[in-house]
Design a protein around this ligand. Structure first.
Ligand SMILES: [Zn+2]
Length: 135
């Protein structure tokens, strides 16, 4: 999915850095990612994804240590602002594998780029490969 699909979703949002009153001044309040994962809006969103996925890992069907994975990141979006199709229930093991391969692909493509292969060619090559499995 292209990131642009997320933009409408983000625009009507009241959660970007907020101005909070303090001692008669306003200061910019920015949540850390850790704060965001404790936010009530994420807790609700996370639960709705777990429910949608039947409280099972969508990869291996495990019911242990379930986590909600963001399949892709939208720049500037808070974790709860993602459309549901960006989110998937994975167990801790499948989640760490998924993150590992995501990072590995980025590092691999960067290493090819350093060898002088343009990203355009890396992209075209990846597009030609048949991808199996729909989650
Ligand atoms: Zn799993």
């Amino acid at each position: 999915m292209e990131a642009k699909h997320g933009i409408d979703f983000i625009s009507n949002d009241e959660t970007q850095p907020r101005l909070l009153p303090r001692s008669g001044f306003f200061y910019l309040y920015t949540m850390t990612y850790g704060d965001k994962l404790k936010d009530e809006r994420w807790i609700k969103k996370r639960l709705s994804i777990l429910e949608k996925d039947g409280f099972k890992c969508k990869n291996c069907l495990s019911r242990l240590n379930l986590q909600v994975h963001h399949k892709a990141y939208l720049s500037g979006a808070d974790p709860w602002q993602y459309p549901d199709y960006f989110l998937i229930t994975l167990c801790e093991v499948c989640h760490s594998e998924e993150e590992y391969y995501k990072k590995a692909i980025k590092e691999y493509s960067d290493s090819l780029s350093l060898k002088g292969i343009p990203y355009q060619d890396i992209y075209k090559h990846l597009q030609k490969k048949e991808i199996n499995g729909q989650r």
